[in-house]
Design a protein around this ligand. Structure first.
Ligand code: SF4
Length: 103
C-alpha cells in the first residue's frame, strides 16, 4: 500500500478525500501541485478503511488518458465495426432506458 510520506513533499499540498470507485470508500489523499493539478494518490494512514488498490492508484492515469470517453457515444455501424458518434446525455439515457424497457 502506498502511504503518504511522513515528511511534507515540496510543492505538493495534500487534500484528503475518499475513493468512490467501489463500495469500500477508502480514505485517500491527493497530492496537488501549485497549478491545482493532481500529481499523486496515497492512502490515509489513520482512516478506518485504509487502502489503495490498483484501480485507485491508477486513477490519475485514467483521468488524463487521451482515450478516456468524455461524452456519451452511440454505435452507428454494425457491432464490431467500431463506428460511433457523440450524443448528448438525454439521448444516451433515453436510448438505454428504452432498450431496458424492451427486455
Ligand atoms: S481504493 Fe480500491 S478498494 Fe478502495 S474504494 Fe477505491 S476502488 Fe474500492
Amino acid at each position: 500500500m502506498r502511504e503518504a510520506p511522513v515528511e511534507p513533499v515540496e510543492g505538493l499540498k495534500f487534500v484528503k478525500t475518499f475513493c468512490g470507485m467501489c463500495v469500500a470508500l477508502c480514505g485517500i489523499q491527493i497530492g496537488v501541485d501549485g497549478n491545482n493539478r493532481s500529481r499523486v494518490v496515497f492512502s490515509i494512514r489513520e482512516h478506518p478503511q485504509r487502502s489503495l488498490c490498483g484501480r485507485s492508484a491508477s486513477s490519475l492515469w485514467l483521468w488524463r488518458n487521451a482515450l478516456r470517453l468524455k461524452k456519451p457515444m452511440v454505435r452507428v455501424g454494425e457491432k464490431g465495426e467500431a463506428k460511433f458518434r457523440e450524443v448528448d446525455w438525454d439521448t444516451a439515457l433515453n436510448s438505454i432506458a428504452s432498450k431496458r424497457l424492451k427486455r
